[in-house]
Design a protein around this ligand. Sequence first.
Ligand SMILES: [Zn+2]
Length: 331
Amino acid sequence: MSASAFQINRRRFLAGSAAATAGTFMVAGIDTGPALAKSGLTEQASGYYRFNIGNFKCASLSDGTLSLPAQFLARDLPKEKLEAFLKQYYLPTDTNTSQTNLTLIDTGEKLVLFDVGSGPNFQDSAGKLSDLLETVGISPEDIDAVVITHAHPDHVWGLIDEFEEAPRFPNAHYYINAVEYDFWNSEDILTKLPQQLHSFALGAQRNLKPVTERMTFIKPGEEFIAGFQAVDSSGHTPGHMSYLVTSNNETLLVTGDALTHFVVSLQHPQWQPATDMDGDMAVTNRRKLTDMAATERLRVIGYHFPFPGVGNISREHDTYRWIPDAWNWGL
Ligand SMILES: [Zn+2]
């Protein structure tokens, strides 16, 4: 797989533009209905951001958005206190629209995808990866490795192509923490989880099992591909891992869901999101990861940060701040 994977298929892109001027607007090849007025200014279309880490060519790819109750950002915090905090940052106080940024890295030898999004069976506003890959001219067959942070729906439910009933990325090798795999696939998993999370377990099994024979189980600290190292960030799920990707003295931290919000996770890492399964452990690892990113001046990609979710973390007094990339046109 070469760097040419990152050259956008201009013919497809232009086809979308032509449709827009004809009165409809194409997003990733899908006709989203008639556009108002004389332009196509009714939809957001960009879901692709290019950046480099050393000699590696990278991209943030949007799988779409998720809508969750804002209270999920800090389950034990009094509602009024959370609302006052969110208002300070001009954020909605009822619904948190969470973005989903996948990381794609072309090392020159391998094309590596971190997590695969949620596929068609989670929220309608997500599961956009397949269409986006087609738009940018990358075939699912081109993906050599899929690296999984954890097995929540928005990260692994896209592993299986439901129409084909087969792996969506047929040539990929898969990497996951054995602890994470074993947790979701244990025989008594349903007795360990509240009723509302049973669909998470069944979905994880449905998607993980068909790729098990192409899977390598990895541990925190392990370098499993040259330049790719796993980091323990358990807590959000039992075997959650983040990843460090290093090329030519530059390092990217792929956080996964160790950090889930660009303001809350950095200003108040001790607040416990409703989605963290072991809240205390998640806080410990969130602090560790955030401190490392700030101290070592790492590039960071936040899976649920505002697209493209690429930037840096700076230390500010006794807390932290997200510094998003200024959109870089000159690669
Ligand atoms: Zn997530």
